[in-house]
Design a protein around this ligand. Structure first.
Ligand SMILES: [Zn+2]
Length: 300
């Protein structure tokens, strides 16, 4: 069997919330099999909300969870790091409503998880294997998932801006490909949007330290980490948003011009279409979302 995993020991980091501008301490803590990813608000006496599509809610421009009095925002980059490193069960404790933005990518969360270490549990992991296509279209935005032997993502973006028009990329996900090709890609925004966000009381913690800002004649930051860092970041976002399904995916996810609202609505739709997928256990160890087509797979 391919065992579920948690982290070996608790670990913390500190940063600021992108939208709130608040200082926040984030701690990751080991958790039992089948408990999933749970966000805990230490400043609210330890109230929790599970990282599940049914709890999606909160601000625009980021993915948040709400349940009763509990709210957590901007979870997507941390969620992408957790699912891609195969951390099925963990408690994420915060002393503020927003996950720290760090450098705008998932790389700092990768370091954090690697520092904490990975611990296999004695319960099998189950993957959600797509058996027939599903899709969701809203205007010119579209997202779909197709049967595949691996977890793959194709993303395309199109903007009407001289510095950023069309980018497209396909990647077959494994821990290694995520860490090397996707995790370092940073959040981006357009300079003229920054003012608009601030007027809405958002992006108060935003700076060139945690986002790529695209001006009329170029980026305001020193350099990009990849020529197509923008579409790579969209892949990072959709992996984090689809992680709210609560199980790693086996299928080919294809998105065009999506955003958090479309991604998370699609995660809920996939979960609801129970006749379009099946749960399987992988036999090969350490191949989260990247089962070879030759690996025997049991239908549960
Ligand atoms: Zn993002």
């Amino acid at each position: 069997m391919n065992p579920q995993r948690t982290i070996r020991r608790s670990i913390s980091c500190a940063g600021i919330g992108l939208h709130s501008g608040n200082k926040v301490t984030l701690s990751l803590k080991p958790a039992a099999a089948d408990s999933g990813v749970r966000f805990r608000r230490a400043d609210l006496g330890g109230l929790e909300v599970a990282a599940a599509a049914e709890h999606v809610g909160g601000i625009n421009y980021a993915t948040g969870l709400t349940r009763d009095a509990v709210r957590v925002d901007t979870i997507e980059h941390l969620m992408a790091a957790l699912v891609s490193l195969g951390i099925d069960n963990v408690v994420v404790e915060l002393n503020s409503p927003e996950v720290p933005i760090m450098d705008g990518s998932a790389a700092p969360f990768i370091y954090l998880i690697q520092e904490a270490g990975v611990k296999p549990l004695s319960t099998a992991r189950k993957y959600l294997k797509v058996m027939r296509p599903m899709s969701l279209t809203r205007g010119d935005k579209r997202i779909a998932i197709y049967p595949s032997d691996h977890f793959k993502v194709t993303y395309s973006i199109a903007y009407d801006h001289p510095m950023l028009r069309h980018q497209s990329r396909t990647i077959r996900l494994s821990e290694e490909s995520f860490v090397e090709e996707i995790a370092p890609a940073r959040t981006f925004t357009f300079l003229n949007e920054v003012e608009r966000l601030r007027q809405q009381g958002l992006a108060l913690g935003g700076s060139l330290e945690n986002a790529i800002v695209i001006g009329d004649t170029g980026i305001l930051n020193n350099a990009l980490r990849f020529d197509d860092e923008f579409v790579r970041h969209k892949i990072l976002d959709v992996i984090g948003d689809m992680a709210l399904i609560g199980r790693p995916l086996i299928g080919h996810l294809v998105a065009h011009r999506g955003g958090h609202a479309l991604h998370t609505a699609f995660a809920a739709q996939v979960l609801a279409q129970t006749d379009a997928w099946t749960l399987v256990e992988g036999e090969a160890a350490d191949l989260r979302g990247a089962l070879p087509s030759t690996a025997p797979v049991r239908v549960s």
